[in-house]
Design a protein around this ligand. Sequence first.
Ligand code: ZN
Length: 223
Amino acid sequence: MAGIDKQSKSVAELKAFLRERGVNTSIHRKESLIRLAEAATEIQLEPEEVENYHSDRQNRRTIKTPDGKKVIIPDIFSISDWNNNLITLPTVEMGDIFVYLMTTCMWSNDRLKSYKNDNGYQLYMQRHVDNVVMRTLNTDHLYIKCSCTPETKQKEKPYTTWILMDNKASIKSGGCTCVADDSSCKHCVAVLFALHEFTDHIKTEGLKSALTHLASGTDQGRV
Ligand SMILES: [Zn+2]
């Protein structure tokens, strides 16, 4: 309703406009509601959902440095020097993934038990994850960024999906350009399983074999 003539809105619409910006009012007089709505627009009061989304995005990028300070790391889109040499990636164990799925993604026990049926795992199995690159952030955290082809619209532009972890492979958060964009969308889940496969390959078969495995995809960075 910002920039729209508030005179043309009904009392109910004006109240809804205010309510979604955290202003609950028992006022019914239209004139007063219009004044409030205009004031809300003037001070650029955003709908709470939008605010929560932004603060969630910021929380996902907040890490603790080794000396205990909280630092907000840059958004993945403001980083340009990505590295496609994934050999230094820490080994992502299945345990790391399960801890993340339980604590951050809030998966139920039943969902965990049948993780192989989950959409995220299926996307990984069907090789939707590609173009994996990494970026070390400080001494103990790193970003992983990749593309993930949408499940049903495979001809459409892939999503950009990211994971934030520390150098012991504790998964901190993730994000995605899909509409869900939270730490638990199926694309984030697919990336985690793909990272497990690749880093496990390095551990069990050695760097050379992992590189060959890596190169066996169509693009460098396929895992
Ligand atoms: Zn996603």
